[in-house]
Design a protein around this ligand. Sequence first.
Ligand code: UDP
Ligand code: MG
Length: 319
Amino acid sequence: MKQTAVLYLVIPCYNEEEALPETAKQLEQKMLSLMQKQLIHQNSRIVFVNDGSKDKTWKLIQQYHEENHLFQGVNLSRNKGHQNALLAGLMTVKTFCDVTISLDADLQDDIDAIDHMMEKYYSGCEIVYGVRNSRETDTFFKKTTAEGYYHLMQFLGADIVFNHADYRLMSRKALDGLEQFKEANLFLRGIVPMIGYQTGEVYYARKERTAGESKYPLKKMLSFAWEGLTSLTIKPIKMVTTCGAIVFFVSIIMLIYCLIRHFTGETIQGWTSTVVSVWAIGGLQLLSIGIIGEYIGKVYLESKARPKYFVTEYLNDEQ
Ligand code: UDP
Ligand code: MG
């Protein structure tokens, strides 16, 4: 068995002033109980990452840090999005801990699963995925679109864990692995399985937000889903090629058919098929060019290799 581990909880926060007080309270109790059970070391910490919030989030984090050494804060230079904020937090604390668990600020992910995650860690897992086994609190729309998305991703060949979001335990070794992925289009739940090592899963029921509103409106959710898809798999491009081949094959048959009709002297008809095929092929071409364009755009962004975040401040024990 491994020695009692130093655990850092990493929580990205964007405009979470309403949720933070309750979250901080519950997480503090959780950490104390974990320490009591000797599942984690006394030096374990709770780290809030402020992702350029416009409300009082950072003020609250500073206040928690002053009042209680259990809390730490990482302040980002501006809003960089959930995935980048999470990565910034993980990379900032990596050298101070043995293991991290990432979770959302609204505590929709059941924190009692942390105990099981730690047990899995002690039994040798370097990565433990939190998997939702019930989505009763999600709306019908969110549930069907989310689960459909996981199926689509798996169908397209991306190796993602079904119904797992960003609630996961990662050991320092796994984080060292993560650090070596240099991509700018970050979709953590797709990258982490590529690291490998021994992994485990812990199941929990997803709850309601404790307070505040979702920071993922439909538009952002769709763009996140598209980002994930195009950064993990090139199957859509292959599908475009297949489509092209099929259409080309059909067009040869059409050509033969038209020639036969021409030589048998029936050439007046055909307006409908002409118009239909012009539209169909035009549409298909536009779609294909669009999909290929998306990937070229990605290559363009990746080739710039822009920095993903800047940490302006890290409130830790030394200050
Ligand atoms: N979040 C963030 N930056 C953003 C958007 C969201 O750090 O630009 C954080 C947010 O504070 C929360 C987590 O990401 O801790 C997940 O967001 P949310 O709970 O709103 O998403 P949902 O659960 O509705 O999908
Ligand atoms: Mg949430």
